[in-house]
Design a protein around this ligand. Structure first.
Ligand SMILES: [Zn+2]
Length: 462
């Protein structure tokens, strides 16, 4: 069978998209951790059954335990091919969803799925329709299309459908601590939990930034004192902290911490106007730093204060000098920066730029490795699959300003494997927001792309 006829056969199978109704049904499950009694187990059981129905007879609901914590129910499968030396793919998605404020939804209620057809495309509205029940359905559709064309399973397929991606995930810390666990090892890992830059325009998410957050405590006085009696020579802790914080940026707003690195990549441009709109930057407020928006958002460090403890309060008398204050500083890192090296750089900066003796402690509160896609042996096949599915020559490279801890952990566990980040979460999907939705055409194209990629992976083994 040539690649073209394989592609055509798969296209026909995927166009039927028999799992659209499955997606509608899955959206009805209120699988969000903030529900009083979320139906996580029921959702996981249904999904395991669906994967068994497409040939993953090993699909089962399990939990992962780590450091005294047990994960939410997780769907896991490890389906072995009879073919010797067959490559292994690991498919990832999550069935838990973000909480939703019903009062702010306009098209439908969050767990009452509703289809709306306009401009030649149908969108399904509902919480999790895109993030990330579409990822679950995408894997299902790809496997089903292949099962209909393959006589036997030519690749090993591992499946992870997690139930706590949106809250704190035991899986992340487990894989991070146990990179040797064979359950999470594969030659190719497909994380179906991102999306294109626009409907119909394929993109690969090729970078994620890392993170370091620290709590810095500044102490200048033994106790609160009266500003009239002592203010002047005696420094208050808050003003001292502010002066220290101001050294973290230079005059242009670029991060001024020596040792924090930058990463260059050919990301698709991010339009300033769109970025301002998405971020809700008030009219007339200037943006921080230099370089393109994509460079600043995806490749360079950013520094923000995300918490304060002991700051002066309006509820206290107006004549009090603050003796001690703690700030939580969050630093997003270049995708390839080592978080330990970044922490060291941040500590050194704080120690050299603070006035003598004021810094009492610098306590790390979170460290996360970023990710720069390893352009490994399957990279060309990944791009070809997208181009064939979308009938286009171009695949844009996009980045994410935030981290996906599991991706970093999987990357550490599989340092020479390709990790593909894709999915149906394009901007109109408005994931985490109100009126979340997914495009049927995106789901169809992405399902086909994944089927084509798996078929290409299987080709040498057939
Ligand atoms: Zn997600």
């Amino acid at each position: 069978m040539t690649a073209v006829t394989a592609g055509k056969g798969l296209r026909d199978h995927v166009q039927a998209l028999e799992f659209w109704q499955t997606l509608i049904d899955l959206v009805k499950y209120r699988s969000t951790a903030d529900e009083p009694d979320p139906p996580l187990h029921a959702t996981a059981e249904v999904i395991a059954g669906l994967f068994r129905s497409v040939g993953l007879s090993s699909a089962d609901v399990i939990t992962i335990s780590h450091e005294g914590k047990t994960s939410a129910p997780l769907v896991y499968a490890d389906q072995r091919s009879d073919t010797k030396g067959a490559p292994t793919v690991l498919l990832y998605a999550h069935y838990d969803v973000q909480p939703a404020d019903e009062t702010k939804w306009t098209v439908t209620k969050p767990f009452v799925p509703k289809e709306v057809t306009a401009n030649g495309d149908t969108r399904l509205y509902g919480r999790g329709a895109a993030d990330d029940k579409s990822g679950v359905v995408l894997h299902l559709g790809a496997l089903k299309a292949l099962r209909d064309t393959w006589s036997k399973l030519p690749i090993n397929v591992k499946l992870v459908v997690e139930g706590e991606e949106e809250s704190s995930s035991v899986l992340d810390s487990y894989v991070d601590a146990h990179p040797e666990d064979p359950r999470f090892q594969a030659d190719l890992i497909i994380v179906a939990d991102t999306g294109n830059l626009a409907v119909g325009q394929p993109a690969l998410t090729s970078t994620l930034r890392g993170i370091v957050a620290v709590d810095v405590t500044v102490k200048t006085l033994a106790a609160e004192v009266h500003s009239g009696m002592y203010g002047g020579p005696a420094p208050d802790a808050f003003m001292t902290l502010v002066r220290l914080l101001s050294t973290l940026h230079d005059a242009n707003g670029d991060v001024a911490v020596a040792g924090l690195t930058r990463f260059e990549h050919d990301w698709a441009p991010v339009r300033e106007e769109q970025y301002r709109k998405d971020a809700g930057v008030e009219p007339g407020v200037g943006l921080v730093g230099t370089g393109t928006i994509a460079q600043r958002l995806f490749g360079r460090p950013s520094v923000n204060v995300v918490g304060l403890r002991g700051a002066p309060s309006m509820d206290r008398p107006a004549n009090v000098l603050t003796p001690e204050v703690t700030a939580r500083i969050s630093v997003r890192l270049a995708p390839n920066q080592d978080p330990d090296a970044a922490l060291k750089a941040l500590r050194e900066h704080i120690e050299t730029h603070a006035p003598e003796a004021v810094v009492r402690q610098v306590v790390p509160v979170s460290l996360g490795q970023g990710f720069a896609a390893y352009q490994g042996p399957h990279h060309a096949a990944v791009e070809t699959a997208l181009k064939t599915a979308y009938k286009t020559d171009a695949v844009a490279q996009s980045g994410q300003g935030g981290s996906i801890p599991l991706v970093s952990a999987l990357h550490a566990a599989n340092p020479s494997s390709d990790i593909v980040l894709w999915g149906c979460e394009e901007p109109l999907a408005n994931i985490h927001g109100n009126d979340e939705s997914v495009s049927r055409s995106e789901l169809e194209h992405m399902t086909l792309a994944e089927a084509l990629l798996l078929d290409a992976l299987a080709a040498p083994a057939r």
